[in-house]
Design a protein around this ligand. Structure first.
Ligand code: SF4
Length: 242
């Protein structure tokens, strides 16, 4: 409780994850996200939708956080899914040792890879690490003798990575990838603000305004012009040049 007795304050640095507050909160203001599960429990949960996957052509996508930080667990789940005939996909930053990737690649049909920025230093400035490992991993995967489809995703953030220079460099890099199926633009949105607030974290882009539909369409067309050989998808629809 704050000194004026008006407000409950949480110091997350002291939290021990006991979740007593969740159990005791009458207003459901405290929530627990996620739970610990074994490989078999996860596979059983996925397999409940097996018939639906079969009829819809769907499958399972393992996302994160960063799934490559748990390569053994993820590879086992993917392996079990493939043995059940379920299509498998992984969403990753590719910021991981290649040996982690080698564990999951044999069990994957599709890889979603984020390319946030092509400039090494700007990548370090915005993401915290440079992009060398990511680009190197992506080249290696593309050249590996495996059957796999790759979809490159670009989170389109105004003033950060939506410049002509960066989109041209991304298109140029993607030209060299033989396994690429499409590029997906993910326009910046503010849905994460609430999550950051709930976690008592500082949302550093609080002043940033999401791009308008016109800006998104213009940037998507520009990207397609740089590399017409790779389809561009935005919000579920493929972009065409007029
Ligand atoms: S989970 Fe809730 S009750 Fe447990 S230490 Fe953290 S804040 Fe306190």
């Amino acid at each position: 409780m704050a000194e004026d007795g008006q407000k409950v304050l949480t110091d997350v640095s002291k939290c021990k994850n006991c979740f007593v507050c969740v159990a005791e909160c009458l207003q459901n203001a405290c929530k627990k996200y996620g739970s610990s599960m074994s490989i078999q429990e996860v596979v059983r949960e996925i397999a409940k939708d097996e018939i639906f996957f079969f009829h819809s052509g769907g499958g399972v996508t393992i996302s994160g956080g960063e799934p490559l930080s748990q390569p053994k667990f993820v590879s086992e789940v993917l392996r079990e899914c493939r043995l059940l005939g379920i299509h498998t996909a992984l969403e990753t930053s590719l910021y991981a040792p290649y040996e982690n990737l080698e564990k999951v690649l044999p069990w994957l049909n599709l890889l979603y890879v984020d390319l946030k920025h092509m400039d090494k230093e700007l990548h370090r400035q915005w993401v915290g690490q440079d992009n060398s490992l990511i680009l190197e991993n992506l080249r290696k995967i593309d050249q590996a003798n495996i059957s796999l489809e790759i979809i490159v995703r670009i989170p389109l953030v105004p003033g950060v990575n939506d410049s002509d220079v960066n989109l041209s460099a991304t298109a140029e890099f993607c030209k060299s990838l033989e396994k690429i199926q499409e590029i997906e633009l993910l326009p910046y949105h503010r849905l994460g603000v609430e999550t950051y607030r709930n976690l008592a974290l500082d949302y550093e882009l609080k002043e940033l305004v999401p791009p308008s539909q016109e800006q998104i369409s213009e940037r998507a067309s520009f990207l397609l012009q740089q590399n017409p050989g790779v389809p561009i998808r935005v919000e579920g629809a493929f972009v065409t040049l007029d």
